[in-house]
Write a protein that binds this ligand. Structure first.
Ligand code: UDP
Ligand code: MG
Length: 331
């Protein structure tokens, strides 16, 4: 028998969660018929939701033994959610997918067919269109992949997603990366292994709203670059060299000009411009340095990636104890 763990990070997903549960159980039910060797567990991560996500998870766990959940003490972000899911999944295979049905469960049988015979260690989807997304957003996304792949050794496929069907071996390798600043798209690619990409058209959310603002995504992409490339640190040296060369040429020009035409005191505006430009560049580069220093600072603190406040076991046990206490009281 092979166990498949389906890891689902959820943040304010009360609207889609019941739909997701119906769909995932339907698909895995069919899969278990075609592949009798498969059993499933669903591991939901409640990432500090402010709506009824937790109570939905509680009731799912009560009626379905395959449902497990970990509830965070506050919102730690999707990356922490995925890490918690991967570290607590017991399966021989682990699936990571969103709760909003934008990662259609109907892909699972095809994904499994690729990893089943050991030809691939990971099957994942790749969006070929960004239908339903704003033009500016898609433009920035495409630029991000271009820049990232130029300056980082870790290749990230354009349109790659966090929807993955992985073997235990790959999951264990991912878990060995215990960094605090997690950028999963980079981590999945960094660990290597043979990955099969399945192309598909973007699907829109049936309900609920995305928790990513444009700025949120922009900041996330900068974090991704910093987590997987140190190229920005070289910008300072590069700009330094360029301005030295310019200064050297200017020096020669000034000397020749002074010798040939005598001295004149003009050039005040140019001086101001140059001062502004160079001090601006210096501050910019110091800022980049500062960003990397900040990341290093956070890493050296070795803070936990997430803090769980409740799991399905703790909840069900507490419920049982309470029921027993009630019963005793009645007697
Ligand atoms: N999510 C999470 N923590 C967060 C934000 C999002 O666990 O702080 C989950 C969310 O519930 C969903 C997945 O991450 O299952 C993707 O989020 P969303 O649909 O908002 O992002 P998008 O699909 O727009 O990239
Ligand atoms: Mg989504």
């Amino acid at each position: 028998m092979k166990l498949v763990s389906v890891v689902v990070p959820c943040y304010n997903e009360q609207e889609v969660l019941p739909m997701f549960y119906d769909e995932i159980t339907r698909v895995t039910g069919e899969m278990a018929k075609t592949y009798p060797e498969l059993t499933f567990e669903y591991l939901f991560i409640n990432d500090g939701s402010k709506d009824n996500t937790l109570s939905i998870l509680r009731s799912l766990a009560e009626k379905d033994k395959r449902v497990r959940y970990i509830s965070f003490s506050r919102n730690f972000g999707k990356e922490s959610g995925m890490f918690a899911g991967l570290s607590n999944a017991k399966g021989d295979y682990v699936v990571v997918m969103d709760a909003d049905l934008q990662h259609p469960p109907s892909f699972l049988p095809e994904m499994y067919s690729y990893v089943r015979d050991g030809e691939f260690d990971c099957a994942t989807t790749r969006r070929v269109s960004r239908k339903g997304e704003s033009k500016i957003r898609s433009w920035f996304a495409r630029k991000f992949y271009k820049i990232m792949n130029k300056i980082s050794q870790t290749e990230i496929v354009d349109g790659a997603q966090d929807f993955r069907f992985m073997t235990r071996q790959m999951v264990d390798s991912i878990l060995e990366m215990t960094e605090y600043n997690r950028f999963s798209k980079g981590i999945f690619s960094w660990v290597g292994f043979r990955t099969r990409y399945i192309e598909y058209e973007n699907v829109e959310r049936p309900a609920g709203t995305t928790s990513w603002s444009f700025w949120g995504l922009f900041k996330y992409s900068l974090e991704g670059i910093m987590a997987f490339s140190t190229a920005p640190l070289a910008i300072a040296s590069l700009l330094g060299i360029i301005s030295c060369v310019i200064a050297f040429i200017l020096m020669i020009v000034t000397v020749i000009k002074t010798l040939a035409f005598g001295e004149d005191v003009a050039g005040y505006p140019t001086t101001i411009c140059v001062i502004f430009l160079l001090s601006g560049l210096q501050l910019f580069c110091t800022g980049i340095l500062g960003q990397y220093l900040a990341k290093t600072y956070m890493e050296t603190k070795h803070r936990p990636i997430y803090i769980a406040s409740e799991t399905e076991t703790s909840y069900l046990e507490r419920k049982k104890e309470r029921a027993e206490a009630e019963q005793k009281k009645d007697e």
